[in-house]
Ligand binder design. Structure first.
Ligand code: NHX
Ligand code: ZN
Length: 695
């Protein structure tokens, strides 16, 4: 894509007021340089050689500098010399006075000096010191201009860096210019709505904006005003930028792209100047789209505590943006799109009608969206023809579009590493595990004792989540170290819109199940559960302070959804703070007791899971089912997993009769004689892992 330098676009726009400011900087620099030169306080008086000889012989010098290359001698005058040469006393006090003469080629300066010194000693006067210098003019040049050169180099370097390196409108005088990238229709990087998978609702909303740009007359004739801006709100990686690009691509108009952080600079006033410049460029190119990514960098609500003076520059930038958006005649065909993942943090002034009139929510993709997204990315991959895209989509609950892209790429890498000629389901599973859980670390040394402890802990999670109503559907349990974790239970949580209280309690119970199992079956607990405890405590705390679910503080929410934290003053009293802490502790204690209760009742089953885990290192949904029985409160995911297990069984039976396929790990309870070799090669029949969160 072409990146037009903003310089070109703003050349004929006349002078910006800021320009003068930079001339001011230059002036200051000049003054400093001047001072530097005045400090060099030697004054040179050119004389002829006879005069020089006379001065030397009569003891007017205390030192002679011979610059042999230029054949020049400089005599430093002493007090006698200053008097003899009739030099103003005041002047002489301030600076070193030199007599400079060219040495005639017939004379050898060293012998001359020896002669003078002999004469001076005879007269009882002090000797003349001699120093020889080579190429002093060059030295002096360096001495004079070196610092300037250095200074200029530093300035250039700084301004280059500030403007984002090569390609930017570098140079100190360009700091006030926006560094927006322009994508034109000629760039050949046209993104259209066809390239945007999923996001059906957002597309509908945004298609209207395309209509405005293509066909403004239709709206203005009826007296409607064209909206000035739309805010794309959604979690990272959901395709906000892509959507904005698609709008530009569809409407066939230039597209200015800039990140909110580009406005932020260390110099005061620069951000605001950039905003003005951006809008000016946009007006010149109208109709067009201006896209500001991560607008929260400038658009965060203006600070409430004025003592934090550091926000000033950001506020100026925001104010400039507000004014510019207002100043736009609304029908001049410039539409501003901005993206953020936290709309609630933005300044209310930005959101009022007339600025970003509409907000478009770009959510994490639903199942059907994920299928579409997978299909887009799979276009570029050589995949096994048997690959079930829906299966993949089911197992990537909660993934964003960017995550899915990552999964596809990672899967291809895994397949390539194994020298396969197409990417298979198992590669995708490995990729998902990798992305969610981190790198597998089989090399980690684990003693048998530790292995038992890990298995006990993980079996605790598995048992509790299996036996609680809202426990997340278990995908697999592993004691193969991955990332920072020594072991994990993987779940495929149902997508829930509203979470009942009991679900939160069950989740906490499951998280504490690992620790509870350690206490019950090992006799003591270890440090490993810290992460479980952290998550459980966070949930318990949010139950109390956010969801109003505690007995003693019912229906109260002490959080602030606008994202402005209260700083040091909490919106509740000390007594309430104490109460909150007590309630959180009570919830945890209750669920821990419950976990221990369940584990005591099902101790035999827990131990069976633990032993199987020690033996196999990875066990799956149906292995646990064989021990604990079918789940009493089956979720849809549980059912799907059961069905898949059945399919898989059939597939494996068929296969046992026929050909062998690589990369299928048949280590299942129906084929117990084959050990699991590599966890990376997950059983293709086993679905959803989305999180290895311990529930
Ligand atoms: C350590 N790791 O840090 C060792 C290497 C109790 C059997 N000395 O609860 O692995 O102790 O159910 C994300 C995910 C820290 C962040 C897991 C940060 C784990 C994990 C500590 C199992 N599974 N603990 C678990 C575990 C540990 C840890 C994490 C994290 C253990 C436990 C880690
Ligand atoms: Zn755990």
């Amino acid at each position: 894509m072409m990146n037009l330098s903003p310089k070109k676009n703003s050349r004929n726009q006349g002078r910006r007021p800021l320009f003068n400011m930079y001339w001011m900087y230059a002036l200051i620099i000049m003054c400093l340089l001047g001072l530097y030169y005045f400090q060099d306080n030697s004054q040179v008086k050119n004389v002829n050689w006879t005069q020089f000889e006379d001065a030397a012989a009569s003891g007017q010098f205390d030192k002679i500098t011979v610059i042999s290359e230029n054949g020049v001698a400089e005599g430093h005058l002493n007090a006698t010399g200053i008097k003899a040469q009739k030099i103003d006393k005041q002047y002489a006090e301030r600076s070193d006075i030199l007599l400079k003469a060219t040495i005639p080629s017939s004379d050898r300066i060293s012998t001359k000096i020896d002669e003078w010194n002999a004469k001076l000693i005879a007269e009882g006067k002090p000797e003349i010191a001699v120093t020889y210098e080579k190429g002093s003019d060059l030295m002096k040049l360096l001495w004079y201009f070196g610092p300037i050169a250095l200074f200029i180099a530093v300035m250039l370097f700084m301004s280059r860096r500030m403007s984002g390196g090569a390609g930017g409108g570098g140079g100190i005088f360009n700091v006030g210019k926006s560094r927006a990238k322009i994508f034109d229709k000629t760039d050949g990087t046209n993104v259209t709505f066809k390239d945007v998978a999923g996001l059906a609702e957002a597309k509908v909303e945004i298609e209207e904006i395309v209509e405005f740009l293509k066909n403004p007359g239709k709206y203005t004739e009826l007296g409607a005003k064209i909206p000035k801006g739309a805010l794309l709100v959604g979690p990272p990686g959901t395709g906000k930028t892509l959507l904005a690009k698609a709008v530009a691509g569809e409407a066939n108009v230039p597209f200015f792209s800039m990140s909110g952080s580009d406005f932020v600079e260390m110099f005061v006033g620069v951000g605001a100047a950039r905003v003005r410049d951006l809008f000016k460029q946009a007006k010149d190119k109208a109709p067009c789209i201006v896209f500001i990514d991560e607008i929260d960098a400038v658009g965060r609500a203006r600070g409430k505590n004025p003592n934090m003076g550091s926000n000033d520059e950001r506020e100026n930038t925001l104010n400039a943006m507000l004014t510019e958006m207002d100043g736009f005649g609304s029908n001049n065909g410039v539409i501003i799109l901005a993206a953020t993942n936290r709309a609630d943090m933005l300044d209310k002034a930005l959101l009022r009608p007339g600025r970003f009139d509409r907000q478009i929510y770009v959510d994490l993709p639903e199942l059907s969206d994920r299928i579409e997204i997978f299909n887009v990315h799979l276009r570029n991959l050589k995949v096994n023809s048997k690959l079930d895209v829906e299966q993949l989509a089911r197992q990537t609950q909660g993934f964003s579009g960017a995550d899915i892209m990552n999964v596809c790429n990672e899967a291809a890498l895994i397949a390539a590493r194994a020298n396969k000629d197409s990417v298979e389901y198992s590669d995708f599973m490995g990729a998902i595990d990798r992305i969610v859980g981190g790198l597998e670390k089989r090399s980690r040394v684990i003693t048998p004792e530790e292995k038992e402890a890990i298995a006990t802990h993980e079996a605790g999670h598995a048992t509790i989540s299996w036996l609680t109503k809202y426990g997340n559907p278990l995908v697999k349990v592993t004691i193969v170290p991955r990332g920072r974790a020594l072991g994990a239970a993987w779940y495929a949580p149902e997508a829930r819109q509203i979470i009942p209280t009991q679900a939160l309690k069950d989740t906490i119970c499951g998280m504490l199940g690992g620790r509870a199992a350690e206490e019950l079956f090992l006799g003591q607990v270890g440090t490993g559960a810290s992460d479980d405890l952290e998550k459980a405590t966070k949930i318990a705390r949010s139950m109390v302070i956010m969801y109003g679910m505690s007995d003693k503080l019912p229906n109260l929410n002490y959080t602030d959804s606008t994202g402005q934290d209260y700083g040091f003053s909490k919106p509740y009293s000390e007594e309430t703070a104490k109460l909150i802490d007590d309630e959180v502790a009570a919830i945890i204690a209750e669920q821990y007791a419950r976990a221990k209760e369940i584990l005591t009742e099902y101790a035999k089953q827990h131990n069976a899971i633990r032993d199987l885990l020690i033996e196999r290192e990875v066990i799956y949904h149906d292995d646990v089912q064989a021990i604990l029985g079918k789940r009493q409160w089956k979720s849809r995911t549980d059912e799907i997993m059961e069905l898949n297990a059945e399919d898989e069984r059939k597939r494996l039976e068929n296969k046992a009769a026929g050909e062998t396929e690589r990369n299928t790990t048949p280590a299942r309870k129906h084929l117990p004689e084959e050990p699991i070799v590599d966890e990376e090669d997950d059983d293709p029949g086993i679905p959803p892992e989305f999180t290895h969160d311990n529930q």
